[in-house]
Ligand binder design. Structure first.
Ligand code: SAM
Length: 246
């Protein structure tokens, strides 16, 4: 995890790497993103029963999680520390009001708490220190003051209990190889009065399986199935957790 995480995304090169390399066509992340889209849209249909929620996307970056829900939410607000990432979201034409927030200090206030809400926090918790994770979840708690207020969906893109862990020794000490255990996620949720209500994995394969022509087709088949099987989330390399206030 990185203490300077907010600084990493402050320049256009970091944005370009994110959009052109991490989310290049056929990459691991692009396939995970497509599977998450189907799950998230189904979740909104089932959980909000026709009452379109307001989406609050914390650490929205280029607006990826906002785009996953285009057309399904009543209103959307994205929050991020990086003007460069927010500019990229604007260029991509996201339907959202984008807010620049400070990287530390008082917990940012959600733009509105009117009506049901869906708070999304994707690819954020893994690489930041525990106090920054807590600040993000404290933001979600402000947007979701009670059990009927809606849902929080968090992504862990480096689950410790997955095949990805086999690479941990090789990457030991590298700033860009963090791992996050389910228990840590649940502890952070619990500390802010959230209960885990569902979880889903969007890949069992590590991203390296998508870099090689011979392993990519098999990885895609396995991971497409994984995203449809609820019980596999404990072993997923990439996991979404759905939580509700107690
Ligand atoms: C890996 S990107 C994820 C972007 C987007 N959520 C997604 O999944 O594509 C992490 C984002 O967190 C933002 N960020 C870093 N520190 C932050 C903080 N303390 N508060 C809010 N956002 C932060 C960065 O600027 C960056 O846009």
């Amino acid at each position: 995890m990185r203490a300077d995480y907010a600084q990493v995304f402050q320049n256009v090169d970091a944005v370009a790497k994110y959009t052109d390399v991490v989310y290049a066509p056929e990459s691991y992340s692009t396939h995970v993103n497509a599977r998450q889209r189907a799950f998230l849209r189904g979740l909104v249909h089932e959980s909000f029963k026709g009452r379109r929620p307001v989406q609050h996307d914390f650490a929205c970056g280029t607006g990826r999680a906002i785009r996953l829900l285009h057309g399904l939410v009543r209103e959307c607000h994205g929050y991020d520390t990086s003007e460069a990432m927010l500019d990229s979201a604007r260029e991509a034409g996201v339907y959202a009001t984008l807010h620049t927030v400070a990287e530390n200090g008082p917990v940012p206030a959600p733009a509105t708490v009117d009506g049901p809400a869906l708070v999304t926090m994707f690819r954020f918790l893994l690489n930041v220190p525990p106090e920054v994770r807590d600040r993000g979840i404290a933001f979600a708690a402000k947007a979701l003051p009670d059990p009927d207020a809606g849902l929080l969906v968090i992504e862990n893109h480096g689950n410790r209990q997955s095949l990805r862990h086999l690479a941990a020794r090789r990457h030991a000490g590298k700033a860009w190889f963090s791992e996050l255990a389910h228990t840590e996620v649940v502890e952070h949720l619990d500390a802010h009065g959230f209960d885990l209500v569902d979880a889903r994995a969007f890949a069992l394969s590590p991203d390296g399986a998508y870099r090689r022509g011979w392993s990519r087709p098999a990885a895609r088949v396995v991971d497409d199935v994984t995203a449809r099987v609820p019980g596999l989330w404990r072993w997923g390399t990439d996991v979404l957790y759905v939580a509700r206030r107690r």
